[in-house]
Design a protein around this ligand. Structure first.
Ligand code: NDP
Ligand code: 2IT
Length: 447
């Protein structure tokens, strides 16, 4: 088996040698899915995984815009249309200076499996730009988004490819992108998700990724007869996913000790309660300043510059910032501090070696493609509501989100149970995600 997996990975490496994040994501899938393929005749010998690692289409384009000082700026735009076997391409747009082909291909690849797990008819895609939104005025953001969409529009559509937000792309950016799409296509369609409530958005979409992650962690804890009540929870990030993960943890009776950004983390031993969280939302979403400012209003909290929150003693860790933000050393510290559950809100936040530590210790560990699927699932619900030209209530969408997270948890158990009863959620998510896409690809022939 090892030689089969190595042979496959060598082939992928030859073609994508300079894409480390993409190779990391493929390796994790190959190690769990190839043994399953070998055992199941219908998939064997069809090069199905080899077809899945090659994007159906990759688009890169120039994005020129004029900054507030009149200078012409040039960025690079991308859209990776990874797999459309089970539905139109679906996945976010990331605006961050680190964006490159490797990052977007890893995200698009993960998205294929994640979207399949949601049970909704969505293929996988991802896009974005190396544009850095930090420090830009609203007008600069608008000009960039308009320029970006003036090219992207010809490659997307509500039945073709439906982008949404990710790092650096929230409600403000989706508004500007939608405005330009509507103008140049002369049509009001559900071509983007994460839209505002008065123009086609869905209730609960802003909350969905963070809430969904906590619903998933709750399911894992429940399977062990446990709950969030009284749990000490450490969260990284302070953006969309982190904020709503924190909100849901508080609702379920847990205590939130940390939040972070790329400069450092805040540790509030007394707990970040509802009022403090509201303050963080204002800092990050309206004032758009650094998390460090928290300690000016709450001086009993500490700010630790240049570090991640994994050194704080906790029961549950929710990495909600970015890829590879939790390494082997962090994992060992979390475990030695008694952490029993790690549920990924971000995409691929734990390194391969960190995951190996969690598995060795047999704690509850949920990979992002399962535990953060609530965001894209609710995007799928937004698409459904757009097609119906009807809006569900907050309670209705929340109930559907809970059901979807619970179904994903069931799928992970179905495909991820080891002989000793331990649930390997990585294996479970990869195989369950694979089966649906592979079946559709086989039915559609070699295209
Ligand atoms: P936001 O842009 O709202 O927030 C991102 C947060 O992560 C910020 O606090 C940011 O800090 C921090 N961060 C970003 N890059 C780095 C870095 N290189 N090192 C340390 N911290 C960093 O994004 P989201 O909350 O939407 O996304 C967070 C994660 O969740 C991403 O991995 C995304 O792919 C994933 N995700 C998002 C979904 C969604 O619906 N939005 C759905 C599923 C997954 P700073 O301000 O300093 O950059
Ligand atoms: O990584 C993700 O799942 C997202 N950024 C959300 C994608 C979406 O289409 O809602």
């Amino acid at each position: 088996m090892k030689s089969k997996i190595d042979g496959f990975l060598n082939l992928v490496k030859q073609r994508n040698g300079n894409e480390p994040e993409f190779l990391q994501a493929v390796e994790e899938v190959a190690e769990t899915v190839i043994p399953y393929i070998v055992k199941n005749d219908i998939y064997h010998g069809k090069n199905i995984l080899l077809r899945m690692v090659e994007p159906e289409r990759v688009i890169t384009f120039r994005v020129c815009w004029v900054d507030d000082s009149g200078e012409i700026q040039v960025n690079r735009g991308y859209r990776i249309q990874m797999n459309s076997a089970i539905g139109p391409y679906k996945g976010g747009l990331r605006f961050h200076p680190t964006v490159n082909m490797s990052i977007l291909k890893f995200l698009a690849f993960e998205q294929v499996f994640k979207n399949s797990l949601t049970t909704l008819p969505m293929g996988g895609g991802k896009g974005g730009s190396d544009f850095d939104p930090k420090g830009k005025s609203d007008n600069e953001i608008m000009r960039f988004c308009h320029s970006f969409m003036s090219e992207l529009f010809r490659h997307i559509g509500h039945n073709t490819d439906v982008p949404a937000g990710d790092i650096g792309v929230g409600a403000r950016e989706i508004g500007f992108l939608f405005g330009m799409y509507k103008k140049i296509s002369n049509g009001f369609t559900g071509v983007l998700t994460g839209k505002g409530m008065s123009w086609g958005g869905s209730l609960i979409r802003p909350e969905a990724t963070g809430y969904g992650n906590v619903y998933f962690a709750q399911k894992m804890l429940e399977a062990k007869g446990d709950s969030f009540e009284g749990k000490q929870v450490v969260i990284s990030g302070s953006g969309n996913v982190a904020q709503y993960a924190a909100e849901k943890v508080l609702q379920l009776g847990g205590k939130v000790l940390t939040l972070s950004d790329s400069s450092g983390y805040i540790y509030d031993e007394a707990g970040i309660d509802d009022e403090k969280l509201k303050f963080v939302m204002e800092l990050k979403n309206i004032k758009r300043v650094r998390i460090k400012e928290y300690i000016e209003t709450y001086p009993t909290a500490k700010y630790i510059e240049g570090k991640t929150p994994w050194e704080v003693k906790c029961d549950v860790a929710l990495p909600c910032a970015t890829q590879n933000e939790l390494n082997e050393t962090d994992a060992k510290i979390l475990l030695s501090n008694g952490c029993i559950c790690v549920s990924e809100g971000a995409n691929m936040p734990s390194t391969k070696k960190a995951i190996a530590e969690f598995h060795k210790a047999k704690i509850l560990f949920a990979p992002g493609k399962a535990s953060n699927a609530g965001g894209v699932a609710t995007s799928g619900l937004e698409m459904t509501q757009n097609s119906l030209r009807f809006n569900w209530t907050r309670a209705e969408v929340d109930e559907k989100l809970k059901d979807i997270m619970s179904n994903i948890h069931d799928s992970c158990i179905e495909f991820g149970k080891d002989d000793d009863g331990y649930i390997d959620y990585v294996k479970g998510a990869n195989i369950a995600g694979f089966v649906k896409v592979a079946d559709a690809m086989l039915a559609q022939g070699i295209v």
